[in-house]
Design a protein around this ligand. Structure first.
Ligand SMILES: [Zn+2]
Length: 240
């Protein structure tokens, strides 16, 4: 798979629905580069780096994690450079490390998720690591000529949701934040969705990048989210 160009300084490796691999972003500064999410596995990281090297770009100096789910983090042990995650992401990953002490854990994961079985086919070990740097609220990386504003956001998908805004390119990376919570029976917390919609509305962005679909314009994403919100009219009252 090749790297796709979104803007002058932003590229991405497309999501892959066959194995449920999320999109991986690459923000190229004059001094440093930043990856958005580590990916599903060492293989996913290697495929990403191969696409980066094919463009004659450097491997990422930093990798920021959007949330703890395994398709975004279980490749962290194989990345180049420094990883960054919200402190709650590391708490969730610590729980995963404890679970993974059970040698049957990988087999249980394969049984639970057909995509996981494909991604980890022929493998009998997991390597789960925590990030090198943690943050609580927000932090900014100056990559040289371009900045990445990394911040925690309220979201219905997971409590550790991290978004990345690149103001110079008007791009907002949202991870899976607009989706329901798959680890809580697919519950959609509409108050949290409402809060996330307000966050998105307040940001001057042209593109919104979700991990498991094509890049969307801000207008397209908001009109889609409003259709979810419309299913619960009380939310609209709150907005007005
Ligand atoms: Zn997720």
């Amino acid at each position: 798979m090749e790297l796709n160009k979104l803007t002058n300084h932003i590229y991405y490796l497309e999501y892959n629905p066959e194995v449920d691999r999320p999109m991986l972003g690459y923000v190229k500064g004059d001094k440093y580069s930043l990856a958005i999410d580590a990916g599903y596995s060492a293989n996913h990281v290697h495929d990403f780096y191969k696409a980066i090297e094919a463009e004659k770009f450097d491997k990422p100096n930093f990798t920021v994690i959007t949330h703890w789910h395994y398709d975004h983090t279980f490749g962290m042990h194989a990345i180049n450079g420094v990883s960054i995650a919200h402190e709650k992401t590391n708490d969730f990953l610590k729980e995963q490390q404890v679970r993974a002490r059970d040698i049957n854990y990988i087999e249980l994961m394969k049984k639970d998720d057909v995509h996981f079985e494909k991604e980890y086919s022929g493998q009998d070990k997991l390597s789960i690591v925590l990030s090198d740097i943690t943050f609580a609220d927000k932090m900014t990386l100056d990559l040289g000529g371009i900045t990445a504003q990394i911040f925690h956001a309220v979201s219905p998908h997971s409590d550790d949701t991290t978004c990345i805004y690149v103001p110079e390119e008007k791009v907002l990376f949202l991870g899976d934040s607009t989706s329901e919570d798959f680890f809580n029976n697919g519950y959609m917390d509409k108050d949290k969705l409402c809060s996330l919609i307000q966050t998105i509305q307040s940001i001057d962005c042209r593109y919104c990048i979700l991990s498991h679909c094509e890049p969307l314009t801000k207008e397209d994403l908001l009109s889609y989210l409003f259709t979810i919100e419309l299913q619960n009219p009380s939310l609209l009252d709150k907005e007005n």
